[in-house]
Design a protein around this ligand. Structure first.
Ligand code: BTN
Length: 246
């Protein structure tokens, strides 16, 4: 069930049996506050131009078009803040043991549970926030996925109600979006640390053609990953440049 305050802040809730991509729909047809859900996506979009496997009836594919009055100061943190909302929503659905892998992955037991893809409309004050979660996807349906993945059903041992989950995500996301223009950095960093699966772990980072090794040490105010290198230097890395291996 959607909280009353969330309901009034949202526009329409559009549910489709099939779409190419809920993000594409929200970008091209959505209005401010509109939510778009699909049972299946035929061209689900992932980060870095990848495809997001979106078989019918088993997962959550949701996009929200959100309009800020003006471009918020901390815009690069929005996808991380969305991650916080998703992690909290899973907890609200009695899922445990999950975390966030910088920048945009929801993780469980070293495997990907879901991802977040933000796309901007025009002048950046309108954003489409896309969230994909593997909910009850059977192993066979996820055969083509290139990286290790897991579903909420596998993680929790029970079938997860997708309507309940979608409402939980929106109930957590909306207040975070409403508070985003006045984001408290200290609180954000504390919240991020609570879910950060990389925190204080040895990571290898491919940055361009350089391989860096160091200790992951949270994120900075731009959402960049902080790595403490072997020589003690701290390097901040942007998600556009790097891919991280634990
Ligand atoms: C990633 O690569 O990790 C991001 C995946 C984001 C997938 C979601 S599913 C709902 C929304 N619509 C899309 O086409 N992509 C996002």
């Amino acid at each position: 069930q959607l909280d009353a305050g969330v309901m009034s802040a949202l526009g329409g809730i559009h549910v489709f049996p099939q779409l190419d991509s809920t993000n594409r729909w929200a970008l091209q047809q959505g209005q401010c506050g509109d939510v778009c859900l699909a049972e299946q996506q035929t061209a689900g979009r992932g980060r870095r131009g990848r495809q997001w496997q979106s078989p019918p009836g088993v997962n959550l594919y949701v996009s929200l078009r959100w309009c800020f009055g003006q471009v918020p100061e901390h815009l690069p943190l929005l996808s991380l803040v969305t991650g916080l909302a998703v992690a909290e929503a899973l907890e609200d659905c009695a899922i445990q043991g999950h975390g966030l892998k910088w920048p945009n992955d929801v993780y469980y037991d070293g495997k990907k549970l879901g991802g977040i893809l933000l796309e901007a409309v025009g002048a950046l004050e309108q954003i489409v926030i896309g969230i994909g979660l593997n909910v009850n996807m059977p192993a066979q349906a996820g055969r083509g996925i290139e990286q290790p993945w897991v579903s909420l059903q596998m993680a929790s041992g029970k079938l997860v109600d997708r309507n309940h989950l979608a409402a939980a995500v929106l109930n957590r996301l909306l207040p975070r979006l409403q508070g985003f223009p006045g984001l408290d950095m200290v609180q954000f960093q504390r919240d991020w640390q609570a879910w950060d699966v990389l925190d204080q772990r040895e990571v290898r980072v491919l940055s361009g053609s350089d391989l860096l090794e160091g200790l992951a040490s949270g994120v900075d105010h731009r959402g960049q990953l902080r790595i403490k290198l072997k020589d003690g230097l701290i390097k901040n890395l942007s998600s556009a440049d790097v891919s991280v291996r634990i």
